[in-house]
Design a protein around this ligand. Structure first.
Ligand code: SF4
Length: 252
């Protein structure tokens, strides 16, 4: 009870902060961006790609929670959970809707030959790290017929990563750590599922990579605790706040 009350009013104990993959990613892109999002609590305006991503994630969550298996049901959920915000025009929305539908049709086809059992969808986790608390949500965790736990994160972006890039992937590293630390299961495989390509890119879990992930999280946590929010203009051209941020070098 005390822990809950303490966290509500003061955050994690001992000068720690609450960390998540999104928070750490924002901080690493630009510490001032982190401040805008998580200290000043300004919200990003919805965009066509973010609404498509949300629609697909909600659809797959509902589909697997129901343990449904027909394409019709999957597309019913898609209509139900479609997010209408963030599109430049009705035509733009139709283009994105069709793109998402294609992703789901491809996903359904691949899912028909799935041998693994889904054990978690949209699974929340929380674990302590030094003075900090790490929280997040995993899209999916499967158990393979060989008894290996498989962490899967869905991606709706067009860009695709290769297997060689995944050993340094912070999100997968953090989720692998979370499965072990918060849920008590040893991960076997970590994957990104690129839905636009119907392609799963995987690496085997390697506990020796956790040292690096832990180091990044502790470093970012310490800098946030010290309220170090120096703007990093290298990220300005890709930043959602580039038009309004006082430090933006990409306002035009
Ligand atoms: S516009 Fe530039 S300086 Fe401002 S928050 Fe974004 S990346 Fe940081």
């Amino acid at each position: 009870m005390w822990n809950w009350v303490h966290r509500l009013f003061f955050g994690p104990k001992g000068g720690g902060v609450e960390l998540s993959y999104s928070k750490v990613k924002s901080y690493l892109e630009c510490p001032w961006l982190y401040k805008i999002l998580y200290v000043d609590l300004k919200r990003r305006a919805p965009t066509a790609p973010s609404s498509l991503g949300q629609s697909i994630h909600r659809t797959l969550e509902a589909y697997h929670r129901e343990d449904a298996d027909s394409l019709e049901r999957l597309l019913e959920f898609y209509d139900e959970y479609w997010v209408h915000a963030g599109f430049a025009s009705a035509q733009d929305q139709m283009i994105y809707y069709a793109r998402g539908k294609k992703m789901l049709e491809r996903y359904w086809e691949l899912d028909q030959s799935r041998k693994s059992k889904i054990v978690f969808v949209e699974k929340e986790f929380e674990f302590p790290l030094g003075p900090h608390t790490v929280r997040g949500i995993m899209d999916r965790v499967d158990l393979s017929p060989e008894g290996k736990y498989h962490v899967i994160d869905y991606k709706t972006q067009q860009e695709i990563l290769e297997e060689k890039d995944l050993s340094q992937n912070l999100q997968l590293g953090l989720y692998g750590m979370a499965l072990r630390e918060a849920l008590g299961f040893v991960p076997g495989i970590l994957s990104l599922f690129f839905l636009a390509h119907g392609k799963v890119v995987s690496i085997a879990y390697d506990p020796s990579r956790e040292k690096r992930v832990r180091g990044i999280l502790l470093d970012v946590g310490a800098r946030i605790s010290r309220r170090e929010f120096k703007p990093d203009p290298r990220h300005c051209p890709r930043c959602d706040f580039r038009k309004t941020c006082q430090y933006s070098t990409a306002k035009d």
